[in-house]
Design a protein. Structure first.
Length: 255
């Protein structure tokens, strides 16, 4: 028997005064969702994020997939694993968006699009190559490009930098880039963002910047940082399923 798990990730939104303090989902007319719910497995309540863990879709979806959320140590490494990138416990992994800043200089520019107009993979590829040549040309950096506007920066030997204070691009639309300079650990990466803004001025696309967020390490299981050869699950990449080496939490996992 095949079953579908439908995850309306983020659809509830937040209570809105214009909707009598209901969330958009609570106020919406949803006959199709209502019909699906009537035929679905009835669950009174599911706690997808254990107490004390980061509130977000990465942790929640791990639990829904039967993985142990407590091994979560940031988002980018999970995406790297799902893209077939081998994980090294000594390295740091940072989600790197191809993005759009609006303004003449980095100091005054605001983040206006976290995905550079949902930049397609074929348009993004030459930009990524330019970044590799002009910005990430040090041996300590490897810029991976799984698809579209989504990149992952692998920092060799960078595990000691985790955790960092990097703001998710989708949370700060309309904010000045220079206001997120961070501290001592973040400063070199802010300089890389600044350099990228100069390099990407004429790409012929909406992409003129990069934005770092979601720093992470290889997920850590009960036996320590995970390496290849542990239990497998699947992650989506370019519409296909790929093996990842992440252990399942087991049937007794409390969520």
């Amino acid at each position: 028997m095949k079953r579908i798990t439908l995850i309306l990730d983020g659809s509830a939104d937040r209570p809105n005064a214009a909707l009598m303090n209901k969330t958009p989902l609570a106020a919406a007319n949803t006959p199709n969702l209502d019909a699906l719910a009537q035929k679905a497995t009835k669950l009174l309540r599911v706690k997808t994020i254990p107490d004390g863990l980061e509130i977000g879709s990465a942790v929640a979806n791990m639990g829904l997939l039967g993985l142990d959320p407590h091994m979560y140590r940031g988002r980018a490494a999970l995406e790297a694993a799902g893209s077939g990138i081998p994980l090294d416990p000594n390295n740091l992994y940072i989600r790197t968006n191809l993005a759009t800043l609006t303004g003449d200089s980095y100091d005054t520019a605001v983040l206006s699009d976290y995905s550079a107009g949902e930049l397609p993979t074929d348009k993004a590829a030459p930009i990524v190559e330019l970044l590799r040549q002009r910005v990430f040309n040090s041996p300590e950096y490897v810029l991976h490009h799984p698809e579209s506007f989504r990149c992952i920066l692998e920092v060799k030997g960078g595990a000691k930098l985790y955790p960092m204070q990097l703001a998710p691009a989708h949370d700060i639309i309309g904010c000045r880039a220079a206001d997120f300079s961070g501290g001592e650990k973040e400063r070199p990466f802010m300089e890389l963002q600044r350099r990228a803004f100069e390099v990407l001025k004429n790409t012929g696309t909406k992409c003129n910047a990069i934005w770092f967020w979601g720093d992470s390490l290889a997920p850590e299981g009960r036996g320590g940082p995970l390496r290849a050869g542990r239990n497998h699950t699947y992650a989506r990449h370019n519409g296909r399923r790929k093996h990842t080496h992440i252990p399942h939490g087991g049937s007794g996992q409390k969520l």
